[in-house]
Design a protein around this ligand. Structure first.
Ligand code: KG4
Ligand code: ZN
Length: 344
């Protein structure tokens, strides 16, 4: 049994957690920065990095005190080393390096996407490799065949926006506020998902990828038309995203031979309509459906500590020269999607 301290700082959540390799979460802390970014309608990288510097040291101290654990009792220090906003990643990774050096503990540099990808195993002890994973977050929208720790085959990615990005941009267009995903979900609860005709980009297409940019533009046109209630646009948008995710995932189920389960992770997996659409797809395909609780879907440090624990137990530790990386694909062999820009 090993005990891992995990740190997350790749976007606008400052988080620290203590997780044991037997899945016990001894403590986890998270400080959001919504108020600091809200006036700008999105995450400002410079503000995020400075906030991590101010918040992280005390957060770690308080978290250790809450668990009654001394740094000397921890087996390794894990931190997100990318991908993400580079200033924030550097703050968390350097903090982890400082702790590792001071306490004489090994460092585990964790890919944030691997944190999301392995998070369902933390909440579901029965989940076994290999599984088909839909990873839907603010920066990424991918289908991955998860074969083991460090072994990921990317089956699909987005050719433009990520699903969470589409939620955030649409929320902004509708004036629903920030962060966008939960705001759209709240508005959608009062709306009719069939009220506004919106496109389903790439649905039915033979190529495996996702696309959401056209959907976002259609939301803008629907808003400008002045014919629809915001709640109806929000509900119709959410339904369109769910339809796209289900169609593309259904296609991937056909090629993910031997998958033990259909799994969803990442911030957008907190959305109840999307979870239930995917649960229906899994049931229709004869696969168990696994989704972590909502707090484990959005960014947190427990998933980083957990990925750190699995890597540590597999002997995958890193030197103090481990780099902070703005981009870091989980599957280095995956080809760029046609039309893909910056999404790795
Ligand atoms: O995984 P995450 O916390 O951070 C990244 O790694 O990107 O995902 C954040 C994304 C944001 O785009 C946010 O709007 C979206 O997840 N999100 C949601 C919901 N909660 C968070 N999207 C739809 N419905 C939600 N309830
Ligand atoms: Zn994330």
């Amino acid at each position: 049994m090993s005990l891992i301290l995990g740190i997350e700082s790749s976007c606008d959540e400052t988080a620290a957690a203590l997780v044991a390799s037997d899945r016990r979460i001894l403590a986890h802390r998270l400080a959001g920065q919504e108020a600091a970014h809200r006036p700008y309608g999105g995450v400002v990288p410079e503000i995020a990095a400075r906030a991590h510097v101010e918040i992280l040291p005390r957060l770690i101290e308080e978290m250790l005190a809450e668990a009654g654990i001394d740094l000397a009792e921890v087996d390794a220090i894990a931190a997100t080393a990318g991908p993400g906003l580079i200033g924030g990643v550097m703050v968390g990774l350097l903090t982890a390096k400082g702790l590792a050096l001071a306490a004489g503990k090994p460092l585990v540099a964790v890919n944030h996407l691997e944190g999301h990808a392995l998070s369902p195993m933390l909440s579901d002890p029965d989940l076994a490799f290999p599984y088909l994973l839909l990873l839907v977050s603010g920066g990424h929208c991918q289908l991955l065949f998860v074969q083991g720790v460090g072994r990921y085959r990317r089956l699909a990615t987005t050719i433009d926006d990520a699903a969470g990005e589409a939620f955030d941009k649409s929320a902004k267009l509708l004036g629903l506020g920030f962060p966008g995903g939960p705001a759209v979900e709240r508005a959608a609860a009062e709306g009719d998902p069939a009220a506004v005709p919106l496109p389903r980009p790439l649905v039915g297409s033979a190529e495996p990828h996702f696309s959401f940019a056209g959907l976002k533009s259609a939301v803008l046109r629907a808003k400008e038309a002045g014919l629809y209630r915001d709640a109806d646009i929000a509900a119709s948008f959410q339904q369109a995203v769910a339809d796209c995710l289900v169609d593309r995932t259904c296609r991937a189920i056909g090629v993910a031979d031997g998958a033990t389960a259909l799994v969803v992770a990442g911030g957008v997996a907190a959305n109840r309509a999307i979870r239930s659409a995917l649960a229906d797809l899994a049931a229709a395909s004869g696969l168990p459906f696994v989704a972590p609780p909502a707090w484990l879907c959005t960014d947190n440090a427990a998933m980083i500590a957990w990925a750190g624990a699995l890597r540590f137990e597999a002997g995958l530790v890193d030197g103090l020269d481990a780099p902070a990386r703005a981009r870091w694909p989980l599957d280095p062999d995956a080809e760029k999607a046609r039309g893909a820009g910056v999404k790795a």
